[in-house]
Design a protein around this ligand. Structure first.
Ligand code: C6P
Length: 422
């Protein structure tokens, strides 16, 4: 398997990263929970926000609040400028060619639903197939199932091996001349596996299929270059990239977005409306019906600035060293099994413990001020693959430290001895 995605990660040593300075930028981290210093290890669910993002939201509502693209007054111009400035920041962040390829949506989920509804209904028909993988989040499964029910398109799934890696031979075997679309997660939220997107895109294109990448768990950890990956669609959420909730991005190649019908109808997405006929606005506005989450988009711009300031290369190197350390340390715990042991992983450490339900571990860790997520992580087929009800999951962000890992390990050991009496 070619591990092509690493090529864009700058080589930086963890020492370059001034962790205490970074932590000082995140007010929420500096509190006690149940009488203990908060150890926030639920970054896969959502990341915390630096002061600069919170201040951007506040500044927008204090000074600039207005609707975008509509008014000729000063506030509307300011709001529009900030909103569109974020679009250009996202374009640069993804190395997309043009801002017309950047559509603002509510989040990854909405971005995938947009493609399923618009591209799917416009371009797919009975007899066609959609190929996804066995490690997808529900939001990259259910929209395709809905489309299949409505159109007679078939859904095929590529299995994963025991380490939680995609079986590449099976991918190639299931990729046929009927496959019209491939939906694949960049980084699995349940396992941490990093998929070889560039290779998958090349294979899919050779077979004549377009590729949608679910980048929800990737963008905060890996430098994404959509031109280099050559993917057709890339979806992600601001809130997992240190930005506000309620904002996400659908990147789409311009010619594909041009060929797609609108997803929702309403204000903003039209050029001219009569009762007989409506013509649509140009890209990307054709896909942005109604008043968007303007404040959220402005805050998202500040989040991208912040991440760029720290440098994704430095963030990745730091997080890699924290994940390696945590992986090494949990292996010391008897009866603990890591779920997701792929050769290439980032940010996520999922595990189960003999005879203990994951939610009991989560509840006890919470009492110690340690926030992890437990359950199926909206990836039930992954749990079915391993024959388990769920996992406990620690997911790391740029501000997590080895000391926090030590606290987490002591917490897991304590939880184990309380629950098992060993
Ligand atoms: N995963 C987690 O704790 P939204 O909710 O639209 O921002 O993102 C959905 C989504 C899509 N794909 C992947 C790979 C994801 O991890 C998520 C969100 C969270 O793992 C909440 S379930």
């Amino acid at each position: 398997m070619t591990h092509d995605h690493t090529s864009t990660v700058r080589s930086v040593t963890p020492q370059d990263f001034e962790i205490e300075r970074v932590r000082a930028d995140f007010p929420v981290l500096h509190q006690e929970v149940h009488g203990r210093p908060l150890v926030y290890l639920d970054n896969g669910a959502t990341t915390q926000k630096p002061s600069s993002v919170i201040e951007a939201l506040e500044r927008y509502y204090y000074m600039d609040n207005a609707n975008v693209h509509r008014g000729i007054h000063e506030l509307s111009e300011r709001a529009t400028r900030s909103y569109e400035a974020t679009r250009d920041k996202v374009r640069a962040f993804l190395n997309a060619r043009d801002t017309r390829e950047i559509v603002f949506v509510r989040g990854t989920t909405e971005a995938i639903n947009l493609v399923a509804n618009s591209y799917g209904r416009g371009h797919l028909q009975e007899g066609d197939e959609i190929l996804i993988t066995g490690m997808e989040h529900h939001s990259n499964i259910v929209p395709w199932q809905l489309l299949c029910e409505q159109t007679g398109v078939k859904l095929a799934v590529v299995p994963i091996n025991d380490n939680g890696e995609l079986i590449l031979d099976e991918f190639e075997r299931r990729l046929t001349d009927r496959t019209r679309l491939v939906g694949v997660v960049h980084v699995s939220n349940a396992l941490g596996t990093i998929n070889p997107i560039k290779t998958l895109v090349r294979l899919a294109h050779d077979a004549g299929a377009v590729v949608l990448v679910d980048g929800a768990q990737a963008v905060a950890h890996i430098q994404v270059d959509v031109c280099d990956l050559d993917c057709d669609f890339y979806a992600f959420s601001s809130h997992k990239l240190y930005g506000p909730t309620g904002v996400g991005v659908l990147y789409g190649k311009q010619e594909l977005l041009e060929s797609m019908p609108p997803y929702q109808g309403g204000g903003e997405m039209i050029e001219e409306v009569t009762f007989e006929r409506t013509t649509y606005n140009r890209l990307p506005y054709k896909f942005e019906a109604g008043t968007p989450n303007i404040a959220g988009v402005v805050g998202f711009g500040a989040a991208i600035d912040y991440v760029k300031q720290q440098g994704l290369g430095a963030i990745s190197a730091h997080e890699r060293s924290v994940l390696q350390y945590a992986t090494h340390r949990v292996r010391e715990i008897d009866g603990l099994r890591i779920i997701g042991t792929a050769g290439l992983k980032c940010s996520i450490l999922s595990f189960i413990m003999d005879g203990i339900h994951p939610s009991d571990i989560g509840t006890l860790l919470d009492q110690l001020g340690i926030a992890v997520r437990t359950g199926h992580h909206c990836a039930m087929p992954v749990m079915q693959r391993y024959g388990i009800p769920g996992t406990a999951r620690a997911s790391f962000g740029m501000y997590n430290t080895r000391d926090e890992v030590d606290t987490f390990i002591s917490g897991v050991i304590q939880a184990k001895s309380m629950l098992r009496g060993t």
